[in-house]
Ligand binder design. Structure first.
Ligand SMILES: NC(=O)c1ccc[n+]([C@@H]2O[C@H](COP(=O)([O-])OP(=O)(O)OC[C@H]3O[C@@H](n4cnc5c(N)ncnc54)[C@H](OP(=O)(O)O)[C@@H]3O)[C@@H](O)[C@H]2O)c1
Length: 307
């Protein structure tokens, strides 16, 4: 088993890119592409607009910048939006669509994205989605392949298949939920690349505890908002912000290679880089531990059994 010491990097998430004004979106794409960070997109983000806008951003760069930037775009294959089909044929079509929108021939990493409409058995079977990903890796279209989803028991089953090089899990390694910790350790020890997405829980840990706050794309409970208010007090007492600490939790974790954060504008990118540079005093971690576990809304217990 390996236990490499690898630097954890920021990965810029683009799930919302292309859902608003196109000119502003291309400007954001150019800023992300020039930042020299990895970029995370998917076939289905903003109905395909995320990849299309990244493609327009790439086209706006000078040739030498474009080649380097294109090597940093990670994408994902998705089920057919009309039929829900998610087999080998759909994977091949999905990647063809992605390469066309991005204007590239290869990607450094291609994830199987949110494989909820097929069972693990179906995905791993002959003619299943994973066989096409393996073929795309053999052909060099994808340098590496991964699986990206939420539920930890589901990801663990893909991990046990030993067929991938990377895993991405979201909302499950944050200040309020650490349920991905042991799966991340397992993946890290197998030498896989580990990506932790949504370190702000999509809202609560970026904008702070308040009425209407959301975690994991759903309204946060009063108990969770109260717990987060206590955590924010700890941060404030030590002169650091809640989002800076939320980000640092992921960036300091040795089993995580990349922390994937949603970035919606050049200003957000600047703010994110500032947050990432914050030095968090050790006492903050001790005091947060002393609060005890947060009342996380995530319950993945339904995903452990075989279909
Ligand atoms: N299954 C999967 O593969 C999967 C699932 C989830 C996420 N992901 C990836 O991970 C990325 C991150 O996930 P996420 O965007 O859902 O969650 P996130 O990174 O935890 O949170 C992003 C949210 O935080 C807000 N935010 C960020 N910085 C802020 C600041 N300085 N002040 C106020 N608000 C701030 C953003 O607001 P604005 O929108 O206003 O900027 C955005 O709504 C996605 O874009 C995607 O690439 C993958």
């Amino acid at each position: 088993m390996t236990s490499r010491q690898r630097p954890t990097v920021l990965v810029l998430g683009t799930s919302g890119l292309g859902s608003g004004d196109e000119e502003a979106a291309v400007e954001t794409a150019v800023a992300l592409l020039r930042s020299e960070h990895l970029i995370d997109t998917s076939n289905n983000y903003s109905g395909g607009a995320s990849e299309r806008i990244l493609g327009l951003g790439l086209a706006a760069l000078a040739p030498e910048e474009r080649i380097a930037a294109a090597r940093r775009i990670i994408t994902k294959v998705d089920r057919d939006p009309e039929t829900g089909r998610f087999d080998a044929d759909r994977v091949l079509r999905s990647v063809e669509e992605s390469l066309g929108r991005l204007g590239v021939d290869t990607v450094p990493l291609l994830h199987l994205h949110d494989p909820y409409v097929v069972t693990v058995r179906e995905a791993l079977a002959r003619g299943g989605a994973v066989s096409a990903l393996v073929r795309l890796r053999e052909e060099g279209v994808a340098a590496t392949i991964g699986v990206a989803a939420g539920p930890v028991p589901l990801l663990q089953r893909y991990l046990d298949s030993e067929l991938f090089d990377a895993v991405l899990c979201h909302n499950r390694y944050t200040l309020v939920d650490r349920s991905a910790a042991s799966m991340f350790r397992d993946a890290h020890e197998r030498g896989w690349q580990v990506f932790n997405a949504a370190p702000f829980g999509g809202d609560l840990l970026a904008r702070g505890p308040r009425a209407g706050a959301r975690y994991h794309y759903r309204p946060a409970s009063e108990e969770l908002v109260d717990w987060t208010a206590q955590a924010e007090l700890v941060c404030t007492r030590h002169g650091v912000s809640l989002p800076a600490v939320a980000l640092a939790l992921s960036l300091r974790e040795q089993t995580i290679d990349g922390t994937v954060v949603g970035v919606s504008s050049p200003a957000r990118l600047d703010a994110l880089l500032q947050l990432a540079a914050t030095v968090v005093p050790d006492a903050v971690w001790d005091e947060l531990d002393a609060l005890g576990p947060a009342p996380s809304p995530i319950d993945d217990s339904g995903y452990g059994d075989d279909e």
